[in-house]
Each structure stands twice: as structure tokens, then as C-alpha cells.
Design a protein around this ligand. Structure first.
Ligand code: UDP
Length: 320
């Protein structure tokens, strides 16, 4: 298939683009490099380093079999401080993309949605039928796009799939997580192990969880990338399907710290800090629907292995 990957120079997008190209698809990345990295675009993948809003009409006019839409603003804290950036950057741009898809009859769309669309869940693991009550602007914009996709799929004959990611981690060889402003737990902890940061903060140890720290479902970026290929294959014209992607296992912040200590051999000092605004206590996915409908099965579920891949990537960047 000829595939357009928006945001294909970012973390999940670049791994997915690489895996799709390796499996024989013709892959074109559209990324304005505002947060992505040119050197994360795999060899043999064409990069269009432009803004989606400016060029999407012309790009899709070339004729594509599908679009994988990763490009987005994705910092929860920033979305609370600057909602306009998120409503325009996420929803506005996605509507432009949907209109171009419609205009040029692009048959398939796979969209990067998020567990943040659910907000504080009534219970875990979270199925796709759980109520969607996002607790931050980031999640609200992703949910709004999901609603728009539902309408475009039904009324304009698009085959669409939204994939709701839980906590993505790990690396795919030389491609991994590199944010200018790092807010995610595992990369921050690894910065301590590298000596770039003195200690890590634990955002609250009085949550209603077993050890008092927040529980998350960490999924390896390669398993996540492979779900996109399956979603493309299984997308049905006129339907918008939604799948949660996680391992189904929850790990607390303290358990993540222990895994990082084991992998790096560094003591990783940690201090307890106040809770972070908008954090739910526990987010764990039920991915039964993806397993049943798509035949998806995450293969790298061991937390230590996920951290090890992230660590090898982080160290190799340090040495480079
Ligand atoms: N967290 C933490 N200290 C940090 C960064 C994150 O305790 O410096 C916690 C955060 O409160 C959450 C978990 O680690 O419970 C995962 O946070 P992350 O930002 O990686 O992902 P999120 O779950 O927000 O998507």
C-alpha cells in the first residue's frame, strides 16, 4: 500500500513508519519537524518536511491507499495552559486532513487516539465501552477528533480505526523517545541514571493503589507500531472502530523505578512530590477487542525488557 504517515518523525510515528516500510509498504512521512526529528525517519522513507495545514490537499492529490495520523500536540500540562494551541493544532488540523481525505477519496485512516479520552475510569481494566470523560484539554481534543472521524467514516465511506494508546515506552533500535521537554516517567528516570538529573520526583504516594503510587499500563512501542499495520488491514469501509492498546498489566511508579534501577545499576534517588494535576490513580487497558478483531498480541510485555530497550537507546544517543 502507498501510505502517508503524518507525524512520522515523532516517537510512535517514526517506529511505525519504519516497520511499515520494512514490511514492503511505500511510506511517505509528512512532518513539520516542530517536535519530530529528521534522523528518526527510516531510510527509504520519503520525508515531506511541511506543515499539514499548508500541503495536505496537494499531498493527498498524489493518491494514497491510507493515512496514519500521528501528528499532534501531546503535552498534557501545556494543553491546560494553552488550550487554543491544542484545539487548533489537533482538532483544526485533523479536520483539514479529513476534508482532504474526503476530497481525494483516500480509503483508509488510522488515528492515534489516547487513553486520556477516558479520564478517571470507574474501574480497570478499561474497555472501549467505558465512558469518555477526559480530564485535560489534550484528551478532549483527541476525543473530539474521534467523534469527527466517526461521522466522516459513516457518511463518506471512509474505513477508519482509532487506536487508544496507554503508556508507550521502549525503543526500536536507534529510534526512541526524544522530547525537547521531557515529562514522561521512564525517560526522566533514565536521565537520572545518565547523570543528567539528580533525582526523580514521585508525583504522590497516597493514591488508592497497592503501594500508593500511580499505576499505568506500559506498552512497548514496537508492539504498538505493529497494531497500526493490523488496523490498516482490518479497517472496514463506512465504519470507525476504536481499540485500546495496552498490555493489560499495571505497574506503579515505584515498580517502574525498581525496574530502572535493575536495568541501569544506578540507585536513582527519588523524592515524593505533590500529586500532578489531571493524573488518574490507575489506568490499565483491556485490549481484548484488539486481540479478538485484529489478532493483535503484544510480545514485549515484560517491564524490565521495555526499560532495557529504552536504556540502550538512551545510552547510544549519549555516546553518539
Ligand atoms: N510520574 C512521576 N514523576 C515524574 C513523571 C511522571 O511520578 O517525574 C508519574 C505520573 O504521575 C504518572 C506516571 O508517572 O502516574 C506516568 O506518567 P507519564 O507522564 O510518563 O505518562 P502519563 O500516564 O501521564 O501519560
Amino acid at each position: 500500500m502507498k501510505l502517508l504517515v503524518t507525524g512520522g518523525a515523532g516517537y510512535v510515528g517514526s517506529v511505525t513508519a519504519a516497520r511499515l516500510a520494512e514490511s514492503g509498504h511505500e511510506v511517505v512521512v509528512l512532518d513539520d519537524l516542530s517536535t519530530g526529528h529528521e534522523d528518526a525517519v527510516a531510510e527509504g522513507v520519503r520525508l515531506i518536511a511541511e506543515n499539514i495545514d499548508d500541503v495536505i490537499e496537494d499531498v493527498l492529490a498524489e493518491g494514497y491507499d491510507g493515512v496514519l495520523h500521528f501528528a499532534a500536540k501531546s503535552l498534557v500540562g501545556e494543553s491546560q495552559e494553552n488550550p487554543a494551541k491544542y484545539w487548533h493544532g489537533n482538532v483544526g488540523t485533523s479536520l483539514k486532513l479529513l476534508d482532504a481525505i474526503r476530497a481525494h477519496g483516500t480509503p483508509r485512516l488510522v488515528f492515534s487516539s489516547t487513553a486520556a479520552t477516558y479520564g478517571e475510569p470507574d474501574s480497570v481494566p478499561i474497555p472501549e465501552t467505558a465512558p469518555t470523560r477526559p480530564t485535560n484539554t489534550y484528551g478532549a481534543t483527541k476525543l473530539a477528533i474521534d467523534h469527527a472521524i466517526t461521522g466522516y467514516a459513516r457518511s463518506y465511506g471512509l474505513a477508519a480505526v482509532s487506536l487508544r494508546y496507554f503508556n508507550v515506552a521502549g525503543a526500536y533500535g536507534a529510534i526512541g523517545e526524544r522530547h525537547a521537554v521531557e515529562t514522561h516517567l521512564i525517560p526522566l528516570v533514565l536521565q537520572v541514571a545518565l547523570g543528567q538529573r539528580e533525582q526523580v520526583q514521585i508525583f504522590g504516594d497516597d493514591w488508592p493503589t497497592e503501594d500508593g503510587t500511580c499505576v499505568r499500563d506500559y506498552i512497548h512501542v514496537t508492539d504498538l507500531a505493529d497494531a497500526h499495520a493490523l488496523a490498516l488491514e482490518h479497517a472496514v469501509t463506512g465504519e470507525h472502530r476504536v481499540y485500546n492498546l495496552g498490555n493489560g498489566f499495571g505497574f506503579s511508579v515505584k515498580q517502574v523505578l525498581d525496574a530502572c534501577r535493575e536495568v541501569t545499576g544506578h540507585p536513582i534517588p527519588a523524592v515524593v512530590a505533590p500529586r500532578r494535576s489531571g493524573d488518574p490513580a490507575s489506568l490499565v487497558a483491556s485490549s481484548e477487542r484488539a486481540r479478538t478483531d485484529l489478532g493483535w498480541k503484544p510480545e514485549r510485555v515484560d517491564l524490565t525488557g521495555i526499560v532495557r530497550d529504552a536504556w540502550e537507546f538512551t545510552r547510544s544517543r549519549q555516546e553518539a
